[in-house]
Design a protein. Structure first.
Length: 117
């Protein structure tokens, strides 16, 4: 006969109807029928992933800068009919910064996914 685990501490929480619905859908998708077992399993064995969004925010800033530069060049080109090499060079520099930031993000995500392997 299997030995019974002794658990004397009660831990509980309340949820609203929407939260209950989503929990039940996740349990169903994962093939769990017992709520207590489901919660206990994921609380004890589940992984917590903390994502640092600083690099993504930096990339958004870089993209915003490029967008502003392109808009300024378009306005100038419409007004004067000329496009300046310095403007194009500036966009190329900013685009290189975006690619560099993109590679950092991909590297960080790859590193996160390899931790569990």
């Amino acid at each position: 006969m299997a030995q019974k685990l002794k658990r004397s501490i009660n831990m509980g929480f309340r949820v609203n109807e929407d939260e209950k619905y989503f929990i039940e859908k996740k349990m169903e998708a994962a093939g769990w029928k017992n709520f207590r077992s489901f919660v206990l399993h994921f609380l004890i064995r589940g992984e917590i992933v903390k994502i640092d969004l600083a690099e993504i925010r930096e990339m958004n800033t870089l993209l915003r800068n490029i967008s502003n530069n392109i808009n300024q060049i378009a306005a100038r080109a419409n007004a004067t009919g000329n496009i300046y090499a310095a403007d194009i060079a500036e966009i190329q520099v900013r685009q290189d910064e975006v690619w560099e930031q993109q590679n950092k993000i991909i590297g960080a995500v790859t590193k996160m996914t390899e931790v569990g392997k």
